[in-house]
Design a protein around this ligand. Sequence first.
Ligand SMILES: Nc1nc2c(ncn2[C@@H]2O[C@H](COP(=O)(O)OP(=O)(O)O)[C@@H](O)[C@H]2O)c(=O)[nH]1
Ligand SMILES: [Mg+2]
Length: 444
Amino acid sequence: MFEELSGRFDAIFNKVRGRGKLSEENIAEAVRDVKRALLEADVNFKVVKKFSASVQQKALGAEVLKSITPGQQFIKLVYDELAALMGGSARTVKFHNNKLNKIVMAGLQGSGKTTACAKLALYFRKQGHRPVLAACDTYRAAAIDQLETLGKSLGIPVYSDRQAKPGKIASDALDFAKREDASLLIVDTAGRLHIDTDMMSELKEICSLVKPDETFFVADAMTGQDAVNVAAEFHKEIAFSGTVLSKMDGDARGGAALSILDVTGVPVQFIGVSEKPDGLELFHPERMASRILGMGDVVSLVEKAEQSVDLEQSRKLEKKIRKNAFTLQDFLDQLRQIKKMGSLSELLSMIPGMGAQIKDAPVDDDALVKIEAIICSMTKKERNKPVIIDGSRRRRIASGSGTTVQDVNKLLKQFDTMKTMMKKMNKISGKRGQAAALRNLSPF
Ligand SMILES: Nc1nc2c(ncn2[C@@H]2O[C@H](COP(=O)(O)OP(=O)(O)O)[C@@H](O)[C@H]2O)c(=O)[nH]1
Ligand SMILES: [Mg+2]
């Protein structure tokens, strides 16, 4: 996400970080660089102008110029402004209890509305809601099938009527939701390739019948400024309450995410990060700002780790390390824990300071697959007692895992080094040593 913009900020910050003092000229230069970086990331020019004026004015204030760490202060300032530009803290949807909550989706064709319907239904079901979906896109026949298929795969009821007009479907869907004892109705609507009056009057009619608690505008992040312009047009016609920015997993440059709130006055609430129904995340402006600025996304990383790592297993592992009883099987288990957390490169990009480094030295997620394959081709005995793995066993393991003897050698050597390191750490001992050993456990 936003690698290019991150790279630009990294360079700008490196320049200011190194200085003991910042002159007014230094600040002016840094602000100019920030401006250029944002424009290149396709941020709306009015937004850029306002943003850089504000940064410049604040940077010339006492905190930055007189600070003993002016570079850091400048970075902090840009971070604060960037987070504020995207809306500060995350905004969650407020639901009513004991009442049917309603969401209407709006946006151009292909922006990701239908996908977002399924994603939101799944997201809110995880929070204890009972969602149902309504297929009000009668403009394209396949759209109804698409929603029905998604609903079926997730076990979420979908209301459709291939003969009726969108308005009728919407009002019938309200009854359907009541019959199903749903707590949430999400209404999919038809988009068009461009804004047109048909689409808008259809939407307005649906909204007047459904009386949604939230109207979400779905914008394709890949389309940058276009998405922002369309959002502004839509907002004039139907005042939507939140934005879902889809396709943030693609090579979106950041323009939409950074401009849409300022231009429409409505914050981004969710981002789409994959085509799959679970590819939806709550949008956290502060975390996004620190990610863009290469400050890492430590909070997200910790949350992700907490979700995936089995605490019981970690404790057992710690014990084994202390007793020098760490085996290749443990190594494999550890590797799988890491994989559960996502791809290695994705994880590394969330670690502060890592963003720029991994861009130059791409982390090879395939290497992990290889290691996994090699260990899987070993017998239980070999995994627990790698010293028995002689030449002929190495050849067998290599051919069994589709790797080479060199690969097997390399892994065994790495494992050996790791064990030696653990032993050393244990000698230093104490909690600190163990923690360090655990941290160094990863094979990279
Ligand atoms: N990579 C990616 N693809 C998405 C995302 N959201 C939607 N898509 C894809 O974008 C295309 C259009 O989505 P769709 O929901 O049918 O758009 P609609 O016309 O607005 O209903 C489909 O191929 C989706 O799989 C996303 O967050 N990431
Ligand atoms: Mg659709």
